[in-house]
Design a protein around this ligand. Structure first.
Ligand code: HEC
Length: 135
């Protein structure tokens, strides 16, 4: 009987843990606490994880809105008008996350996803400036 009690407690703790970690993945709150350095920005470490939280549900995971797929480095850099290596000013992806006039703000303002933080915008710009490498 006592054994069952402990198994129940353990089960409860596991379920609580699973619930908490799922919640984090869905809201993606943690991503905005990651600080991107001002140089040597790694795509795999910093850029793709932001897309995974804020973009790919509309760009690659099921839907490919606007023909833009952001699921991998190869897909993200496939179209030079979206990401122009070395030239963030000519990359519409940058304009979208900055919410510039003439393009649609991304993520869309009426979507449940949070806009890029200033650090994330700068990180994206630096990554493109540094050649938009698969690093
Ligand atoms: C809720 C769905 C949704 C989310 C989330 C979303 N997008 Fe989009 N995106 C769209 C739609 C729809 C279009 C095509 C229509 C348009 O341009 O408004 C689009 C178009 C784009 C384009 C092409 C714009 C152009 O003018 O050529 C880019 C680049 C883009 N998205 C980047 C992103 C990035 C980066 C993120 C994450 C920060 C993101 N999107 C998140 C729905 C979404």
């Amino acid at each position: 009987m006592k054994k069952l009690f402990y198994i129940n407690i353990l089960l409860f703790l596991i379920l609580t843990f699973v619930f908490i970690s799922c919640k984090d993945t869905i809201t993606g709150d943690q991503i905005d606490n990651v600080v991107i350095p001002s140089s040597n920005v790694s795509y795999q470490k910093y850029i793709q994880p932001i897309f995974n939280v804020k973009c790919i549900n509309c760009h690659g995971n099921g839907a490919v809105d606007g023909g833009v797929n952001l699921t991998t480095w190869a897909n993200t850099t496939a179209d030079p008008s979206v990401v122009f290596p070395g030239n963030p000013d000519n990359s519409t992806l940058v304009w979208c996350v900055q919410g510039r006039a003439g393009v649609s703000a991304m993520p869309p303002l009426d979507s449940p996803y949070k806009p890029f933080t200033a650090n994330q915008v700068n990180g994206l710009i630096t990554w493109i400036k540094e050649g938009a490498k698969n690093n």
